[in-house]
Design a protein around this ligand. Sequence first.
Ligand code: ADP
Length: 477
Amino acid sequence: MIDSRFFRQECYIDGAWIGADETIPVDNPATGEVIGTVPKFARKETAKAIDAAHAAFADWRGRPAAERAAYCLKIHDALMANQEELGRLLTIEMGKPLAEAKGEVAYAAAFFKWFGEEARRVYGDVVPSPWADKRIVVTKEPVGVVGSITPWNFPTAMIARKAAAALAAGCTVVAKPASQTPYSALAYGVIAEEIGLPKGVLNILTGSAAAIGDELCENPKVRKITFTGSTPVGKELASKATKHMKRVSMELGGNAPFIVFDDADLDRAVAGAVASKYRNSGQTCVCSNRIYVQAGVYDVFAEKLAAAAKALKVGDGLEPGVQQGPLIDEAGVRKVEEHIEDATKKGAKVILGGKRREGLWFEPTVLTGVTADMLVAREETFGPLAPLFRFETEEEAIRLANDTEYGLAAYFYTRDLGRAFRVMEALEYGIVGVNEGIISTEVAPFGGVKDSGMGREGSKYGLDDYLNIKYGLIGGL
Ligand code: ADP
């Protein structure tokens, strides 16, 4: 049993904690132990939560922005005041090292602060009228009840990116976290209760993904679906949401290229590759998945990367100094194995790691001699595997990098200013890191193109995803 007031095994609906007969077990991926259960709710309870959010909407949207902002700031403060405790809960249910978990809590809090501040800057327009006796005004209104579905890899931050923007804009929320990591999400219910957030404004519900997803998509009271997860599920949700023409934001899979040109600062590129590849044991949608290295520096880069990755400390995320926690589950481990098997069969060479360790750990791995016909070129590994592809020219690197249906994040390293702009503009991605391996911040727009989705989270643009534009024409002046 986890000793924390944030550890709740019930769902938070309409300001009350509700349990269920049927439950889902939740385990700690580092130990395999079941740490608790959560309700296995389906459509009926989802409809109840939607009703609560719908009932709360009129009051919430009617409040002055400053008041909603104050609540957002209180959530920020509560997250930060309990960063250590919430970080531990996150590590226990998800596996990431405690330092990363605490960083995630701070990152999540930053969204509540940012959108709380932005709430007060939702300006409209007065448009010059083509008629002498009429005036045109444009206002922005909250879209309404938001259905949010989030994954297990950032259980605290993914909800924050959605809920902070929604609440700030004046929307109410029904949030479904991933069943692997529900406790960090339910902790928001504890916070909502403690800061006195009006009931029904934020509801958190666990259970059958398909049933909850269907109700969120098909219930006409929900006006927007915001989702982070895999591309197939995102496409399914987006297509179901068209039944009532709901707004959608989709943060889906990636297949991030990481390009190292001959003229790069190699040590900087190695540090960037380690951060971008091995953070969260490779389980982020912006983790570099394909590392393209120009022929002139290929061997030395491979050697330096292998040395840096070898130094990463693998272990239980609660142990001090650990940098690589376990993967989320057996399927996650098998996918890494499958990518390595496929690549080595086709001629790639393992120069570091390559094996699982007892439990759900996988050794930080580097493969050389990787080519476009291997699985890893097409699929997101979502694990600590760095595959190194060789290229000759800038044009070839751009072509290879864009040769995927995904378009979330891309990275490249060069010291040539002209090339920096050329390549940044040529990459068909929503986010490009130039000489940087970590790109996330609440002040910049996060989101993809192509099969990586639509919509942007964070930044001044992020609020627009939760606002409808209204045009008012006032005549007879
Ligand atoms: P991941 O690989 O991160 O588990 P998923 O897309 O499977 O990606 O899961 C992301 C979120 O979507 C989780 O909360 C999961 O429970 C939910 N989910 C999975 N399948 C469905 C579905 N058919 N309808 C609605 N939500 C789903």
